[in-house]
Design a protein around this ligand. Structure first.
Ligand code: GTP
Ligand code: MG
Length: 283
């Protein structure tokens, strides 16, 4: 059920204390978090009074406006050439996101290179290879079990030599244990700093989050933030029954913006983040 129908439930409501208590409950149980919920409710209360809001539709418009304010946070603009590392727990959609983001930039006329930094599973680089064909972009990959640092090193050398605009690095979502995974990401980042960022080029880390995850996305962000600085979120699986309300909590509590949303499995199914469109999906 959508958030609005949970709040209004088909009844005609007056905007009194009881209404705001219900609203708070619905927002918090939609993973929006206490802090963002409080901000949204206080802003709604103030405006509902000053703007003399009477109808459900007027209130919905107001609520959406206040939620957009939470989501619209300043973020670093892409400057080319750029290298983006995609991190996240296993199965969230990192590899699929890279394949689709590759198509997105390719269509903008950019030269895109994929780097298969997930050498943990044999199928991982093969899966990325399929995406390189589908989106018609180059790939640098090694055999299973190779050192991911070495793949990234070679990927960067190749990107610099061929003047690529966008370098997208896939990483493993699962290793033997969590500290292994974080150590590996730290190592990849040090290589990127030395070989890429030192040349004055941009490097961003995107955390891929499955929209069906809910609150757990916050602890994923905390864990990955310990190893690397997370610059943006890719919110996948927004086409299903996903709610994705947690991105408001992430924006409010961590100041990390959403960059892309995944809305399916074909190469076209990735959208550049737009707060209004994203909220329409959440609501
Ligand atoms: N419906 C839908 N499915 C998606 C979306 N993004 C990814 N998937 C599916 O989710 C599954 C996992 O995607 P992957 O890209 O392999 O995930 P991953 O994070 O690379 O997984 P690991 O490499 O195992 O860590 C695949 O079946 C994808 O097709 C999306 O936006 N919508
Ligand atoms: Mg993968």
């Amino acid at each position: 059920m959508g958030l609005f129908s949970k709040i209004f439930g088909g009844f005609k409501r007056t905007f009194d204390d009881e209404f705001y208590e219900d609203l708070e409950f619905v927002l918090v149980s939609s993973d929006i978090g206490m802090s963002a919920t409080t901000q949204i409710i206080e802003a709604c209360k103030a405006d509902a009074k000053s703007k003399k809001i009477k109808t459900e539709d007027e209130f919905k418009t107001l609520l959406k406006e206040k939620m957009i304010e939470v989501l619209n946070i300043e973020s670093e603009k892409i400057t080319f050439p750029t290298l983006i590392t995609f991190v996240g727990v296993n199965g969230v959609g990192k590899t699929t996101a890279i394949g689709r983001v590759a198509n997105y930039y390719k269509k903008q006329g950019k030269k895109v290179l994929l780097v298969a930094g997930d050498t943990f599973r044999a199928a991982a680089s093969e899966q990325l290879n399929e995406w390189s064909k589908r989106s018609d972009v180059r790939i640098v990959k090694y055999a299973e079990g190779a050192d991911p640092g070495a793949v990234v090193f070679d990927g960067i050398a190749s990107a610099v030599a061929k003047h690529e605009d966008v370098v997208l690095v896939d990483t493993a979502g699962r290793l033997h244990n969590k500290s292994n995974l974080m150590d590996e990401l730290g190592k990849i980042n040090r290589i990127i700093d030395k070989e890429w960022t030192s040349k004055g080029f941009q490097h961003l880390n995107y955390l891929v989050i499955d929209a069906t995850t809910g609150q757990n996305a916050l602890s994923q962000l905390e864990s990955f933030n310990e190893a690397v600085q997370i610059d943006g979120i890719v919110l996948t699986k927004m086409d299903g029954t996903a709610k994705g309300g947690v991105v408001l909590a992430i924006a409010k509590e961590f100041g990390v913006p959403v960059k892309f949303i995944g809305v399916g499995e074909t190469k076209e199914d990735i959208l550049e983040f737009d707060a209004k469109d994203c909220l329409d999906r959440i609501l």
